[in-house]
Design a binder for this molecule. Structure first.
Ligand SMILES: [Zn+2]
Length: 568
């Protein structure tokens, strides 16, 4: 009886306000907090109530908010940052690739065939096996594989496997049959169907011939789309990416993606926040239902649009004022959506008038300049509202355009990892002068341009510490620039972290909601294995994420190698 009374009084007490401030749900103590909040840059501890931060300060400040139910994370002196916000990814494509077969490290044709046989056993009937990354130069002898190597182990399964250089693929007999490829099929323009001595296709398809089969591969089912999202969300949790901005590309159906994200949100599986940018050609579909920029909840938003002005440097399709140094007859070209230019101008002007945000892919200096011209026209046509126009990639700048970027308030949405990847060969393609304004992050900042960091995953690794490492060191992957490729463009760790958190939040109109560890903001944080501010910059790439917290909930814990849903 006495015990029951005591128990009852405890229950009552826990429902009553025992102190003036409510007890926190979570406190993180003994941390080296880097807040990215200029009014209060460092702290020891953070308190969270519900999904928001309620206090940032000393251990003692935060300890005062500890109640009986409060969960405590002792950070052990490790670095706590706001969660990373990847401003440019292709999420479903990336998630799909994670589940596809990987053959890049197969060292013999037998190993290659064995892995495909294994995969075929677990592949539902009618579903394709895709992926690959195979590299016959690792085999003895280094011969191209043929469909005969895999036909017997894939009697019911169509197979399409990409070569690691992306310019070739191997299809099996069923895949060729479904695509209608026979001995009589002519080579398509720009492609080669590899044939044996009798003229029969061997299964190897070069360049444009790949499209003959690619065309018949069904787009992902709804369930496959959800699965790809789940896989990509596992990576986001593991890498400390608490927000990402999902850009449309020609293979993606952004509206189907929004539906998928909505379902995962409802089931508690959406463990990162997403902002979706459907194609600008579809601007009317958003405008029709009254969607404006950053429409939605803190977990799932849309209202951006994505357009393409040109191609890429690697394929020689980035559009420049002057020809490529290694290809004097080629200056690249404007993308399909820019023909005629009046079409893009019309889309942009109407999308902007409807309150949608515009994100335009532009890589070559002339493509960037052309987009800035279009943006100036949009401002002129629709007046001076805060629109936060974006240029995605903004890789190779004309000297005159940095000031225009600033003047128009255009955000440079950049992917620093490309600087250490393309930096190996970019100068040979465009020469020293243009290379000096390539991935020119310092020049952008000195002109007062807003930087947002991202990766363009799956075309670069999703892991943010690699992006920070790239921006801080500019050490190209070939080891030839240990002190930095155009080192005057290096950023400090603090600048890189700010671009990846507040910068990316600003790029999606969310800088008041997230991007720094500030009372009132969403409790999205990462705890890192090492202090990236004090270790050797070269070691930043080895840093791991110990814990990822989204809206006050733990979604990744390295100790347990565990990903959590937001429902638990
Ligand atoms: Zn992209």
């Amino acid at each position: 009886m006495k015990f029951a009374t005591l128990l009852l009084s405890c229950v009552l007490a826990s429902k009553l306000p025992a102190q003036s401030k409510p007890a926190a749900d979570l406190i993180i103590t003994n941390a080296k907090v880097w807040t990215v909040d200029k009014s209060h840059p460092t702290a020891q501890a953070v308190a969270v109530l519900g999904e928001r931060i309620i206090a940032v300060g000393s251990n003692a400040d935060v300890e005062a908010l500890r109640g009986r139910e409060t969960k405590v994370i002792d950070a052990g002196g490790k670095l706590l940052l706001p969660g990373f916000n990847d401003a440019h990814v292709h999420f479903v494509t990336s998630g799909t690739r994670l589940d596809q077969i990987q053959l890049g490290d197969a060292t013999s044709v037998e190993e290659f065939a064995r892995r495909i046989a294994e995969r075929a056993k677990t592949t539902p009937k009618g579903q394709w096996i895709e992926g690959g990354d195979w590299d016959e130069t690792k085999w003895t002898p280094p011969n191209l594989p043929t469909k005969d190597v895999i036909d017997s182990v894939t009697p019911d399964t169509p197979v399409f496997l990409e070569h690691h250089d992306g310019h070739m693929a191997l299809a099996n007999s069923i895949a060729l049959r479904l695509a209608g490829v026979t001995a009589k099929t002519p080579d398509p323009p720009g492609g080669t169907i590899v044939r044996d001595a009798q003229g029969n296709p061997t299964g190897a398809l070069k360049d444009a011939a790949r499209n003959v089969v690619l065309r018949v591969i069904p787009s992902p089912s709804h369930e496959q789309r959800l699965q790809a999202m789940r896989r990509a969300l596992e990576s986001a949790a593991e890498f400390g990416v608490t927000s990402f901005q999902d850009m449309n590309d020609e293979n993606s159906d952004s509206f189907a993606d929004i539906r998928g994200y909505g379902e995962l949100l409802q089931s508690g599986e959406l463990t990162a926040r997403v902002y979706v940018a459907p194609a600008i050609s579809d601007w009317e579909k958003q405008a029709k239902v009254g969607i404006r920029h950053a429409f939605g909840s803190s977990s799932l938003r849309t209202g951006a649009t994505k357009g393409f002005a040109d191609g890429a440097l690697g394929s020689g399709t980035a559009y420049f004022f002057d020809p490529y140094n290694d290809d004097p007859n080629n200056s690249g070209l404007l993308g399909e959506q820019m023909h005629p230019l009046s079409q893009m101008q019309d889309w942009m002007t109407k999308a902007d008038a409807a309150g949608l945000q515009i994100c335009a892919h532009a890589i070559g200096d002339r493509a960037i300049s052309t987009v800035l011209d279009l943006y100036a026209d949009v401002v002129k046509a629709n007046g001076g509202v805060e629109r936060r126009l974006r240029i995605e990639h903004a890789q190779h700048m004309a000297a005159k355009d940095f000031a225009r970027f600033a003047q128009l308030g255009v955000i440079a949405s950049v992917q620093p990892y490309q600087a250490i990847d393309d930096g190996r060969w970019a100068e040979a393609r465009i020469g020293h002068d243009r290379a000096s304004r390539t991935y020119a992050f310092r020049t952008f900042l000195s002109h007062g341009v807003h930087l947002a960091f991202g990766t363009d995953w799956p075309y670069a690794p999703f892991d943010p510490v690699l992006t920070v490492y790239a921006a801080v060191t500019r050490a190209t992957l070939d080891g030839r620039n240990p002190n930095g490729w155009f080192p005057e463009q290096k950023l400090s760790v603090a600048e890189a972290v700010e671009a990846y958190t507040m910068g990316s939040a600003y790029a999606e109109f969310q800088e008041k909601e997230k991007g720094s560890i500030t009372p009132g903001k969403l409790a999205d944080m990462v705890l890192l294995s090492d202090d990236i501010f004090s270790i050797e910059p070269a070691k930043i790439r080895d840093v791991k994420v110990l814990k990822t917290i989204v809206g006050g909930r733990l979604v990744w814990d390295l100790d347990r190698k565990k990903q959590y849903s937001t429902a638990n």
